[in-house]
Design a binder for this molecule. Structure first.
Ligand SMILES: *[C@@H]1O[C@H](CO)[C@@H](O)[C@H](O)[C@H]1NC(C)=O
Ligand SMILES: *[C@@H]1O[C@H](CO)[C@@H](O)[C@H](O)[C@H]1NC(C)=O
Ligand SMILES: *[C@@H]1O[C@H](CO)[C@@H](O)[C@H](O)[C@H]1NC(C)=O
Ligand SMILES: *[C@@H]1O[C@H](CO)[C@@H](O)[C@H](O)[C@H]1NC(C)=O
Ligand SMILES: *[C@@H]1O[C@H](CO)[C@@H](O)[C@H](O)[C@H]1NC(C)=O
Ligand SMILES: *[C@@H]1O[C@H](CO)[C@@H](O)[C@H](O)[C@H]1NC(C)=O
Length: 472
């Protein structure tokens, strides 16, 4: 049997299905190579039309059910949210990546804040494209239920508010501060108001004495409104009075598509993580389901990390993003030949809202070449938008793919679930779910497609991110 270098793969694959379990048992006898492959039913890679909620969660006190907004468990507009085409999905991904790059170039240091008071408001590139998974929370007294995308790439929590100047159509009634007994405006003289510059890149203004936020992107999408404080209800026991959020009155946000807003889980003083630090200790975790027709969980606070979790240091870059030290990629058990500076040049973030994983060009080409080599028995298919390594699997019921894993600083290996390797473009066409950045200086992004089924723990106070297999 092969070296014990990646014991995680074993546990990991066994969890994924009984079928695979049997396959692995038999493959041990056959020897070495099969430990570094996954054989999966092609049908299991496709979303199902029937919702099959995870049986694993939410079990703990401060857990919320996390749902893919276009999956069959989504109740958005009675399950009728129009599923975007692949072209739209990948165009949003491109746009989100553009906005991440643009925000990384904005320097949020104190001295820069002083400078920005005298300069024109920053306009981020890309769009405020949202992620894919939402949770339901309560806002105000009495409580309004809102479906918010949870987003590790944003910090300011946002929802549309009455009186609207311009609001897009959303799932739930638009929040009306005048109907709530606990809403208050934040004054523009407050320190909290000045913290907005890190979250939005724009120096806030005053309307009367009320702090006005603005977040704007170069595709014309924007949200402008009052910076307010309101009671936020996570669960019946976890209620946060005075939670600061953007109460948007003029919203032009194309990608939101019925979603009521965003729950900002990035890193800065206004983030949900900071505002709830006393209760949750800047600690949250999630598991994204293998298929959009199932559910996952978003848990706040440390209720005991599973013992199979491995922690990686979170790099402190002074940005609102979560940087990890990706150092190598393993394909089918072998390290791809990629110079270590390829990853260290711009670094790598983990993001809940970017779909596929974006790699430095040199890393992607090594992965692409190796993957094509190991998949050469399958007929290739045309590329699709940002995905260029595609297969026509119409003649197959199962597919065998090489394992893919990431090696992080601290010698931690994270195996990608079989559900996170091939992207289903159609019922017969599947593509390697990774893509290349256009420049070596662009940040790498560990996307949500590859995070599926992993328990991902953000211990922000402890400065580390943990990964464990079989989270949901
Ligand atoms: C990294 O971890 C593996 C086991 O996961 C071990 O075999 C290897 O020796 C470690 N390498 C270093 C440099 O510590
Ligand atoms: C931010 O500003 C500091 C000090 O001016 C500078 O050293 C640093 O390189 C800047 N970072 C970025 C990403 O521009
Ligand atoms: C809000 O959601 C809770 C739990 O899902 C439900 O019990 C309650 O009836 C909802 N309230 C409204 C006003 O929709
Ligand atoms: C503040 O007002 C100035 C001048 O009207 C405008 O250019 C800027 O975008 C405003 N900022 C916000 C946050 O609305
Ligand atoms: C918040 O400020 C706006 C603008 O000054 C004002 O119209 C609104 O009534 C204020 N709301 C509350 C609850 O004070
Ligand atoms: C609302 O936002 C749009 C787009 O930014 C802008 O053109 C319009 O003037 C705004 N309306 C008001 C009343 O602020």
């Amino acid at each position: 049997m092969a070296t014990p270098t990646y014991p995680m793969f074993l546990k990991f694959s066994m969890l994924s299905s009984t079928l695979l379990f049997c396959f692995l048992l038999s493959s041990f006898k056959r020897g070495h190579a099969s430990q570094y492959q996954h054989t999966v039913q092609i049908s299991s890679l496709l979303p199902a039309s029937v919702c099959n909620p995870s049986t694993k969660g939410p079990s703990k006190g401060s857990s919320l059910t996390l749902t893919h907004r276009y999956g069959s468990c989504s109740q958005i507009s009675g399950g009728k949210a129009s599923t975007p085409t692949l072209t739209e999905i990948f165009s949003r991904d491109r746009s989100r990546v553009k906005s991440i790059r643009s925000r990384l170039n904005f320097n949020s240091s104190k001295s820069n804040f002083q400078t920005s008071l005298a300069t024109l408001p920053a306009i981020y590139g890309g769009s405020l494209s949202t992620g894919d998974y939402f949770v339901s929370v309560g806002l105000g007294t009495p409580k309004n239920n809102l479906s918010l995308i949870f987003d590790t790439g944003s910090t300011l929590t946002l929802t549309q508010c009455q009186p609207c100047v311009s609001c897009y159509q959303q799932q739930d009634p638009i929040f009306d501060p005048s109907m709530s007994s606990t809403y208050s405006n934040i004054t523009c003289a407050s320190a909290e108001c000045s913290h907005l510059v890190t979250a939005t890149g724009v120096t806030p203004n005053c309307s009367g004495s009320t702090c006005i936020y603005r977040i704007q992107y170069d595709d014309q999408s924007s949200s402008v409104g009052f910076f307010g404080q309101e009671t936020l209800t996570i669960t019946s026991t976890d209620v946060f009075p005075g939670f600061m959020f953007g109460c948007g009155e003029n919203n032009s946000l194309s990608g939101f598509d019925l979603i009521d807003g965003l729950l900002g889980l990035g890193r800065d003083q206004l983030s949900f993580v900071s505002q709830t630090a006393q209760k949750y200790g800047q600690y949250f975790s999630y598991c994204l389901p293998a298929r959009s027709s199932s559910t996952g969980t978003l848990t706040f606070g440390n209720s005991g990390a599973p013992s199979n979790l491995k922690f990686i240091p979170m790099l402190n870059t002074g940005t609102t993003f979560y940087f990890l030290d990706l150092t190598a990629i393993y394909l089918g058990g072998s390290e791809l030949s990629i110079s270590p500076t390829t990853f260290s040049t711009a670094g790598t973030i983990i993001d809940s809202g970017t779909v596929v994983t974006w790699l430095p060009p040199a890393a992607y080409s090594a992965l692409q070449m190796g993957f094509r080599q190991q998949m050469r028995m399958y007929p290739s298919a045309p590329s699709n938008s940002i995905l260029d390594t595609c297969y026509d699997l119409s003649a197959y019921t199962t597919v065998t793919v090489p394992t893919i894993s990431f090696l992080f600083g601290g010698n931690v290996t994270v195996g990608i679930d079989p559900s996170g390797i091939l992207y289903p473009v159609s019922s017969s066409q599947f593509c390697l779910a990774f893509t290349a950045n256009s420049a070596a200086s662009d940040v790498g992004i560990f996307g949500n497609f590859q995070q599926k089924t992993l328990e991902v723990v953000y211990d922000v106070a402890g400065g580390k991110v943990g990964f464990g297999p079989g989270g949901c």
